[in-house]
Design a protein around this ligand. Sequence first.
Ligand SMILES: [Fe+2]
Length: 180
Amino acid sequence: MELKLSRRDFGLAAAGVVAMGATAMPGFAGAADAGGDWLDIIKAQHQELDRLLAAVKSAGSHEARVAAFKRFSVYLFAHCLAEEVTVYPALAITGSESASKQLYGEQDGAKVLVARVADALAAGHDSDLPAMLDTLGTALHAHVAEEENRDFPPLKAKEDAATNTRLTSEFKATFRRASA
Ligand SMILES: [Fe+2]
C-alpha cells in the first residue's frame, strides 16, 4: 500500500482538522507537559524536532519516510502555532517588535519548505529530499539559535512571575490541542 500525503493533509493535520490517529503520534501531548517553564519546554521541543527530522533522513523506504515526515511536520506546526500565539506576541509587546516579526517570518518560511517537501514526497521524488531536508534543518537551527540565545532568555527575565506562568500554561494548552 502506498502512502500518499498531500500538502493539504499536512496543513489540516497540523490545524487539528484531520486526526492523525493515536498510534501514529504517540507521546506528542506529553511533550507539552515536560517539566519546567515555557522556555524549558520550548528547548526540549527543539531537541525533539531535531530527532524527528533525523528520523526522516534515515528512513529506509518511501512509506517510512512519509510516516516520519508526517510526525515531524505535525510536531513542527504545533510547536510553531504555540509560539506564534503565546511567546511571539509577548516578545513584541515586552521585548523587541522587530525580533518578533523576524521570528514570525522565519516560521512562515519553514512552513513553505515543509510544503515543498510534502509535494516532493507526494510526487514520489524522494531523491530530492536529502537536499531539501538539509535546507530545512539549516533554517531551523538558525531560527532556534535566535530564540534560545538572543530573544527568549531576556523576555523571560523581563516578564514577571505571573506572566511567565500564564505563558507556560497557554503554550502547553496550544501545543496540546494542535498536536492531538
Ligand atoms: Fe521554536
